[in-house]
Design a binder for this molecule. Structure first.
Ligand SMILES: NC(=O)C[C@H](N)C(=O)O
Length: 341
């Protein structure tokens, strides 16, 4: 790897395809390997790695509180002054949510690097070992300090806001359509990163998010307010709209949003479009009407991360004005050219 280090990396294993094998009788692929097996697959001998087995799950099974458990395990690892950085092995489906929650709360200069795999550990061409080698190289790199959480996958390094899973099968699984990758890690473990951007102050860590319900409601041609109302009836304190285009809905949904906001529910408008900011431009049920109804535009955050942010802010019991401030500010942090953070 070419890096001389004193200290160790903590490998926090949570499951995912990087730890998965296919059961020949059931024919299904499930998380099966402990962290020690995941580490052994990387074949590293020149760096001390301490393995912590936190869970063994496909990331599609995780709850908000599982993600908070990842945050707490990172804090515990960083309590040791000899820990240089933390690598989290994680399923790819919801890595963008866990990494974003960790990034929002991270209050230490040492790096937390998320990685995983597209091909299972027992496949003919597993990508987990090379991704893990890159993640460990990044975790010990002085260049990675002060950047919060990072995602490394297929040699690319991403800051977390705005980054998401963009491929179901190809090895380059993650992308940030608005700002691109911020660096790379070579197969020899050499890291090259753009200068670190300024980071906002970390949020406090909520004790739990289990009693805070936040739903995502999709907008599409002909959508009525039935699903939005069902979310409210189920107890949602926050709703993220996966709106169309610049962040548009329709008159019926806007009316439902107006009533919900009046009742204290926080509504955030995101979009189903790949890239670009949400903007309140259109009336008659569009994004401008949604803003008038009290919905907060998510900037460049897509529904998965807008929901994670809203969940954290509501679990922290912040007042609605503060929630709006955080959503507006952090929605711009992914590189929206329309304004400074
Ligand atoms: N590639 C993956 O890791 C997908 C997996 N099903 C997960 O999210 O756990």
């Amino acid at each position: 790897m070419g890096t001389t280090t004193t200290g160790q990396v903590t490998l926090l294993a949570t499951g995912g395809t990087i730890a998965s094998r296919t059961d020949s009788t059931a024919g299904a692929t499930v998380a099966a390997d402990a962290g020690s097996a995941v580490l052994a697959s990387a074949g590293l001998s020149d760096i001390a790695v301490e393995v912590v087995d936190l869970m063994q799950k496909g990331s599609y099974l995780l709850t908000f509180d599982d993600m908070l458990a990842v945050r707490r395990a990172i804090q515990a690892a960083l309590a040791s002054t000899t820990t240089l950085g933390v690598v989290v092995t994680h399923g790819t489906d919801t890595m963008e949510e866990t990494a974003y929650l960790v990034d929002l709360l991270h209050d230490d200069p040492r790096p937390v690097v998320f990685t995983g795999a597209q091909n299972a550990a027992d496949s003919t061409d597993p990508d987990g070992p090379s991704n893990l080698r890159a993640a460990i190289a990044l975790a010990v790199s002085p260049d990675a300090r002060g950047r919060g959480a990072l995602i490394v996958f297929d040699g690319e390094v991403h800051t977390v806001p705005g980054t998401r899973k963009t491929q179901t099968t190809r090895l380059r699984a993650f992308g940030n359509p608005d700002r691109g990758a911020v660096g790379s890690v070579s197969t020899a473990g050499v890291t090259a990163l753009e200068p670190a951007p300024a980071r906002p102050a970390p949020l406090g860590t909520p004790p739990s998010g289990a009693s805070t319900r936040v739903d995502i409601v999709a907008c599409y041609p002909g959508a009525d307010a039935a699903l939005f109302s069902a979310a409210l009836a189920a107890g949602a304190r926050g709703i993220v709209l996966e709106a169309t285009g610049l962040g548009n809905a329709n008159a019926e949904l806007c009316e439902a949003v107006r009533k919900a906001v009046r009742d204290g529910v926080v509504v955030v408008t995101s979009t189903r479009v790949h890239a670009g900011p949400v903007r309140g431009v259109y009336g008659a049920g569009g994004g401008r009407t949604l803003e008038d109804a009290g919905a907060i535009p998510s900037g460049l955050l897509r529904p998965s991360q807008a929901r994670t942010l809203l969940h954290a802010l509501l679990a922290l019991e912040l007042p609605p004005e503060d929630i709006a401030h955080h959503v507006l500010r952090r929605g711009r942090l992914t590189g929206d050219p329309s304004g400074p953070p």
